[in-house]
Design a protein around this ligand. Structure first.
Ligand code: G
Ligand code: G
Ligand code: MN
Ligand code: NA
Length: 254
């Protein structure tokens, strides 16, 4: 069996699972959202992270059924948590380049939300700059329509692409996710401080929410707070959790 074969079987056999990483608003102390992150639970190979199979799934087109499964599962799970009476959160789903190019993406999202019975305001879709670059006209139209539907759009890995600033003007984002690389070595004297400070200024001008990614320690938290960054995601708060562990986590937050 090639890895491609195994991957194909895995999707069919239901070996894909989602983990969810909390996004915290440190000002309100509430969980603002959860990012859905796919994992492959292979009986032979163990738990495999997406870096190992998403590129292959992209190449083979398998990313399309996989992406639909992710969207549906994440929305269903979010609906379930809401029905349990937990404080509602936004579920954040990573899109792939190919999904964004699909003319029927709007329909897929609309149908998924409808069949699950989830209000669009509890779904956020994450895109990266490199995905937008492939076809700017289609991407712009698609994102606009998704936004009109009431779904939030976030720019993932912000600051690492080639045209971050121009894209702020071109595309309708709600949220910027500051890439982990700027948070990683953040300290009192690092240049990253100035980069993040500039991102915060920009975000106010564009009326965007900002989430800092990869927050791992108290010093990063303190500096981000001083820069008025209110939302954070990272190991300091929680690793990506199984759906069972999210339940315990959310109950603990109430
Ligand atoms: O922990 P982490 O290894 O989960 O994620 C690695 C990368 O895989 C990240 O860049 C993330 O955006 C991507 N990723 C995680 N889940 C999904 C998914 O469901 N779909 C897509 N397209 N990418 C994902
Ligand atoms: O590319 P994207 O931002 O979608 O993917 C998020 C990735 O970052 C996932 O692989 C997730 O497991 C990982 N991640 C989340 N929090 C942290 C953290 O605090 N530190 C590090 N190093 N990685 C993190
Ligand atoms: Mn992401
Ligand atoms: Na990111």
């Amino acid at each position: 069996f090639t890895l491609e074969n195994q991957l194909h079987q895995a999707v069919k056999n239901g070996e894909m699972i989602l983990h969810y990483q909390p996004q915290i608003n440190i000002k309100t102390g509430q969980v603002y959202g959860l990012e859905a992150l796919i994992r492959w639970k292979s009986p032979q190979l163990g738990l495999i992270k997406p870096g190992k199979f998403i590129p292959l799934a992209e190449k083979t087109g398998l990313i399309l059924p996989m992406g639909e499964w992710v969207l549906k599962t994440a929305c269903q799970q979010n609906k379930k948590w809401q029905q349990m009476g937990l404080p509602p959160v936004i579920i954040s789903v990573n899109l792939s380049a190919q999904q964004l190019q699909q003319p029927n993406l709007i329909e897929t999202v609309e149908n998924t939300l409808e069949s699950v019975g989830l209000d669009p305001k509890w779904l956020e879709l994450e895109v990266t700059e490199s995905m937008l670059m492939k076809n700017i006209t289609i991407a712009k139209k698609t994102l606009q329509e998704l936004r009109e539907m009431g779904v939030y759009i976030s720019m993932d890995d912000f600051g690492t692409g080639y045209s971050s600033l121009g894209y702020l003007k071109k595309f309708p984002f709600d949220t910027l996710k500051i890439d982990q690389s700027f948070v990683k070595e953040l300290n009192q004297s690092s240049q990253d401080l100035h980069i993040i400070s500039a991102i915060m200024t920009l975000s106010r001008g564009f009326n965007l929410r900002v989430i800092a990614e990869g927050v791992e320690n108290q010093e990063q938290l303190k500096l981000l707070k001083e820069l008025n960054c209110e939302e954070m995601q990272g190991y300091l708060f929680s690793r990506p959790l199984s759906s069972e562990d999210v339940l315990k986590y959310l109950i603990g937050f109430q």
